[in-house]
Write a protein that binds this ligand. Structure first.
Ligand code: 4AD
Ligand code: MG
Length: 463
């Protein structure tokens, strides 16, 4: 096919006769001089291509003048340097073919600005707006950079299963997978017999690929997973989804310090690649969504991350003057408000918190010599709070067995995981980055529902 994208067409080097562009009309207006201005977008860039349609076009009156937002067209003509400000080029149409009409009475994306909340009702069309288009281009760039970073650092990309029998995080927030007609079973009042189900045992959608990832790290060395994960967490917040994408590196012979260093280098790489490749979109977010974002992200890339232990963080939170909704004391989990206080008011940038109490962390984290804390690390950032959660793993067989027993995890369900400590155990560590939280942070978008194409939250699975 020999058409060019709007992005290419907007570059001065593309100037030529007989150029073709294909896309959707954003706006059209008549001009006094007897022609129409059409703003055309095809998703390749934030900026539109200005098309000038002369009245001489054969379909000028019966089609061109009836074009409204959302119509799809193919335009062929001469791409010239533009005298107008804010654009290098404009396309002088010799021919415009209308492919699809969009009834202006019913098309939702009229000129008027809609709230992001309203736009969620049109998740199938909202990517045709400036903001959602920019978000999805940035999301793509972040995803590509994630692969780029791990490839450069010799991590193998492995695919862990979506359907699993184990609850990695031990939080009981799993979605059940079954072919059994649970309604009918409930009505019959009888016990659920899994031998009649597909897998003969209860299975769930994975909450994390970590446990399976560990088996690969302890044979291939350095690996990462990157895929959808699911949490039946009934929390209606602006940073939780029931389905989200997680990146999970896992590396043999890494300790907590190596893990923290990896996380910091990883975030800096991904952020800096995104600034380099999504300049136009990032400038848009800086101007329209969160003022000062660009400077903030640049500072994050340049400055070393702060480190602090959980115990020190509790001391700060207990002695500060901030009024929190949830009380905090040693042993309690940090809430978003606490995480945000620490990063936004105390540190003024990213913060790596380490050495959490073992009682609030999963069984697989390595127990420290004090026997009260584990070798855990969370990376917190302003505006979002926790973006990364990770740890050094418990590699000592007896210690792991004790912790599993204490949390009533049946060893026979995790026999393969325990085997890794039985046969050639090594220190190892890893972490998980929530992709959407990273997109949220870098774009400044307030609600996590607006940085994933089709958000799943309690009560919402429309699309
Ligand atoms: O802290 P989490 O629960 O850690 C794990 O799942 C580990 N198994 C990761 C590992 O060590 N391999 O989740 C990791 C990250 C969080 O920091 C957060 O960014 C994101 O995943 N996350 C969510 N994002 C959106 N919606 C939710 N409900 C999320 N839960 C966690
Ligand atoms: Mg966590």
């Amino acid at each position: 096919a020999d058409w060019i994208s709007v992005k290419e067409a907007r570059q001065a080097e593309s100037v030529a006769t007989d150029r073709e562009v294909r896309g959707w009309v954003r706006t059209r207006r008549d001009s006094k001089g007897g022609f129409s201005f059409i703003e055309l977008n095809d998703g390749s860039s934030l900026g539109n291509l200005q098309v000038i349609a002369p009245a001489e076009l054969a379909n000028y009156e019966n089609e061109i003048q009836k074009l409204t937002a959302g119509c799809s067209v193919i335009v062929r003509g001469e791409l010239k340097e533009s005298p107008a400000k804010g654009q290098a080029t404009e396309l002088h149409a010799d021919e415009i073919r209308v492919l699809g009409w969009a009834d202006s009475e019913t098309y939702p994306l009229q000129k008027k600005r809609h709230s992001f909340e309203k736009l969620r009702e049109w998740a199938h069309l909202r990517t045709r707006t400036n903001t959602l288009g920019a978000v999805m281009r940035v999301r793509d760039q972040i995803s590509q950079s994630i692969h780029g970073f791990f490839r450069e650092n010799r991590f193998l990309y492995v695919h862990t299963p979506i359907i699993t029998a184990s609850d990695c995080e031990g939080a009981g927030e799993m979605f059940r997978v079954t072919t059994l007609d649970l309604d009918r079973l409930a009505a019959s009042g009888g016990p659920v017999n899994y031998s009649h189900d597909f897998f003969d045992k209860p299975t769930y959608l994975t909450v994390s690929g970590q446990l399976e990832g560990e088996t690969y790290a302890t044979s291939l060395g350095r690996i990462y997973t990157f895929g959808p994960t699911f949490r039946a967490e009934n929390s209606n917040t602006s940073r939780h989804l029931a389905e989200f994408w997680m990146v999970e590196p896992e590396a043999a012979f890494f300790d907590l310090a190596d893990n923290m260093d990896l996380a910091e280098r990883f975030l800096k790489y991904v952020f800096s690649e995104t600034l380099n490749h999504c300049q136009e979109d990032m400038e848009f977010f800086d101007k329209m969504i969160e003022k000062g974002k660009l400077e903030q992200v640049k500072a994050v890339i340049e400055k070393p991350f702060e480190h602090m232990t959980y115990t020190d963080a509790i001391k700060i939170l207990e002695s500060c003057n901030e009024k929190f909704e949830y009380e905090i004391q040693w042993g309690s989990d940090l809430q978003a408000e606490h995480e945000r206080y620490l990063t936004e008011k105390h540190v003024g940038g990213p913060l790596i918190l380490t050495d959490y109490p073992s009682s609030i962390k999963p069984f697989y984290m390595r127990l420290s010599d004090d026997e009260k804390t584990v070798a855990a690390m969370d990376v917190l950032v302003p505006g979002v709070g926790e973006i990364i959660g990770g740890s050094q793993r418990e590699e000592r067989l007896e210690v792991l067995q004790k912790r599993m027993a204490a949390q009533s995890l049946p060893e026979e369900d995790y026999w393969w995981y325990v085997d890794l400590r039985r046969y050639g155990t090594v220190p190892h560590a890893g972490f998980g980055l929530g992709l959407e939280r990273a997109v949220q942070y870098i774009t400044g978008m307030n609600n996590i529902r607006d940085v994933i194409p089709f958000p799943r939250t309690p009560g919402h699975a429309e699309f």
